[in-house]
Design a protein around this ligand. Structure first.
Ligand code: BDR
Ligand code: CA
Length: 312
C-alpha cells in the first residue's frame, strides 16, 4: 500500500475523505495533520481525532499545524457551511487519543523521511502546512511522491468569492508557494469537484450499512441542507473525497500539465488560481490540473467504499 498523509480542516467533506482513505487498501494512512480552515485549528484537530475514533482507527496519529494563514489573517471561516463544530450538528464521541505534541510539519517531515516508499500527501484544507514544510524541511518534501491538492478553479470561477476557491482564498501566499515548488502535484479544483455530487440515494445506501455509515450520513445532512437553502440544489459536492479518490487511485481524473499562479494581490481577484490553458506546459514547476472526471463512477466508488467500511 502507498504511504499516505492527509492534511485537513474537518470539515464535512474532509471527514468523508478521511473515512474513504481508511476504507481503501491501496493506501496506508500514516498521519493526519490539521490546519486552520473551515473552523478554528483546535476544532479541526479535535474533529480529526473524533473521525478516526469513529472508524476505530485512533491508532493513526494526528498532529496540529498552522493556526492561521502565512501573511494575512484568514478572512473568515466556513461555519455557515460546515456547522459551528465543523461536522454539521453531529457530536461524535471523543477520542481516547491526544494529538502529537509536536507541530504538524515536524511530524510530517518525520513520516516522510522514515517512509520506505515515496509518500502521497493529500492536502484538503488551506495549504499552509505544506508551504511551511517546503520552507522548513525541503529534504523531507522531496520524499513526497505525489501531492494531491484540493483547491482552485480553472474555468469555473470561485465558490467563496467570484474569483477564489475556499482553500486557496484562505491562504493565497501559501498556495503560491506550494504550486511553484516543483513537487509532483495534481490540482483537484472546482472544475471536477462541482459536478461530482452525491445524492440522497447514495447517502441512504451507506446510512443503511451500519453505524459508521449512519453517522457519516448524519454529518452530511448539514451539507445537504446548505446546498438546498443556498443554491437550491440537492445533494452533496464531494470536493475533498474526490481529491482522496485521485490520491488512492491515481489516474481517476483526467489531467493536463499546466502553469498555475495564484493571485496574491489584495484586490477582488485575491485567491484566484490563474491556470494557463493556452498550452500544455513543459515547465518543471507546472502541475497536473484535473480537467475531466467521470462523476458517476467517482460517486459510486465513494459510496461502495463507505458502505464496505460501515459493514466491516
Ligand atoms: C473546500 O473548501 C472547504 O470548505 C471544503 O472542505 C473543501 O476542502 C472546497 O472549496
Ligand atoms: Ca477541506
Amino acid at each position: 500500500a502507498t504511504p499516505l498523509v492527509i492534511d485537513t480542516d474537518p470539515g464535512i467533506d474532509d471527514a468523508l475523505a478521511i473515512l474513504l482513505a481508511l476504507a481503501s487498501p491501496e493506501v496506508d494512512l500514516r498521519l493526519v495533520t490539521t490546519v486552520h480552515g473551515n473552523v478554528e485549528l483546535a476544532q479541526t484537530t479535535d474533529n480529526a481525532l473524533r473521525v478516526l475514533h469513529l472508524a476505530g482507527r485512533s491508532d493513526v496519529p494526528v498532529a496540529a499545524g498552522a493556526r492561521d494563514s502565512l501573511v494575512y489573517r484568514q478572512p473568515e471561516r466556513a461555519g455557515h457551511v460546515h456547522g459551528e463544530t465543523g461536522l454539521g450538528g453531529v457530536r461524535l464521541a471523543a477520542s481516547p487519543a491526544a494529538p502529537d505534541p509536536r507541530p504538524a510539519v515536524v511530524s510530517l517531515a518525520e513520516v516522510l523521511l522514515a517512509a520506505e516508499a515515496p509518500v502521497t500527501v493529500a492536502a484538503i484544507g488551506p495549504w499552509t502546512n505544506v508551504a511551511l514544510l517546503l520552507a522548513t524541511y525541503p529534504e523531507a518534501a522531496e520524499r513526497i511522491g505525489r501531492l494531491v491538492l484540493m483547491g482552485g478553479s480553472a474555468a469555473r470561477g470561485g465558490n467563496v468569492t467570484a474569483a477564489a476557491e475556499f482553500n486557496v482564498w484562505a491562504d493565497p501566499e501559501a498556495a503560491q508557494r506550494v504550486l511553484g515548488s516543483g513537487v509532483p502535484t495534481v490540482l483537484v479544483g472546482l472544475d471536477v469537484t462541482l459536478p461530482t455530487v452525491l445524492d440522497d440515494d447514495g447517502i441512504a445506501r451507506f446510512a443503511a450499512a451500519g453505524p459508521v455509515g449512519a453517522t457519516a450520513a448524519a454529518i452530511l445532512q448539514q451539507y445537504v441542507d446548505h446546498a438546498r437553502t443556498s443554491y437550491g440544489t440537492s445533494g452533496v459536492v464531494l470536493h475533498d473525497a474526490l481529491a482522496l479518490t485521485e490520491a488512492i487511485v491515481p489516474g481517476t481524473l483526467g489531467t493536463v500539465r499546466r502553469d498555475v499562479v495564484v493571485d496574491t494581490t489584495l484586490g477582488a481577484g485575491r485567491g484566484q488560481t490563474l491556470v494557463d490553458r493556452r498550452a500544455v506546459s513543459d515547465s518543471p514547476t507546472a502541475v497536473e490540473v484535473a480537467e475531466t472526471v467521470d462523476s458517476a463512477a467517482a460517486v459510486e466508488f465513494l459510496v461502495g467504499r463507505i458502505e464496505a467500511l460501515a459493514r466491516s
